[in-house]
Design a protein around this ligand. Sequence first.
Ligand code: A3P
Length: 318
Amino acid sequence: PEDDNHITPPEECGHIISTLPTIAFLGRFVHHQYQGAWVIHERLPGVLSFQRSFTPRPGDVLLASPPKCGTTWLKALSFAIMARAAYPPTAGDHPLLRLNPHECVPFIDDLFSAGQDAKLEALPSPRLMNTHMHHSLLPASVAVDPNLKVVYICREPKDMLVSMWHFGNTIHPCDFSDMFESVCEGKSPDGPIWDHVLGYWRASKASPERVLFLRYEEMLLNPVESVMKLAGFLGVPFSAVDEVAGLPADIVKLCSIDTMKGLQVNKTGASGLFYKFQHKSYFRKGATGDWVNHMTPEMAQRLDDIFEYKLRGSGLSF
Ligand code: A3P
């Protein structure tokens, strides 16, 4: 997007922000370190406002992820699963055929930053929303509410980084090695990524009935099984009749990268409150292992070692 798409959020949190450590990611995108997480300047008011004023409702579903780990896909799948009574996945008027998944599921970090949280209030239950916030940033009402479910998706870190670089280039051309260094130092959007992943991993271990931990690679490998697992977790499992009729497979097809990429809305549109992101920039390869085309073996080893060290003892590995 061009700079003129950039809106400055209300500076009501200016005092808090002025006390925080600050970096310019890639020399341009200002981030503040708040409660251990690097949050982009425009979204920090949203984090503060969400912490202060969010009221969970029974049935709420929060989709959480670090950036570039399959958020768009998870949004599409969750939306298609939850809306299937009104919109069967093969319906010619399915909202996902005319809207980008980010327009179907509100991004609360931006919504609260822009002072538009009333839009969330106006949604009928069960509400579906997403965030890039660390688990440690979620207010206690969300972190422990038995009526709110969290679905988390993460991804192999080297592929995440490559995806972030491609996406970043659609906004502002940048050097791969600069981004690599920042991610290794933990100074990246919603970083450190290892802390992001660990927070939700631990929450899912402590409360598996409330927090579902998904991995992008496993979903790519077994999409139909993943959709069935997701529906079961969300409390809307497929019946035997649904399964025989191929409903889970229809949802997988509707939300596949090939279907999504081919839609007019995703070829041409753009959306976002603070930055207008081209819809097409959310759909690239949708595959695993692309890091080999961008990293030297030494870089790969360095990032692997960092994650191995940071995740040691957690039971999680990539
Ligand atoms: P690549 O850049 O590796 O292709 P996010 O949605 O969190 O921004 O993540 C974007 C990544 O998810 C991109 O990865 C993108 O291609 C991939 N992706 C988007 N839609 C997808 C889909 N329907 N199925 C699988 N992967 C998808």
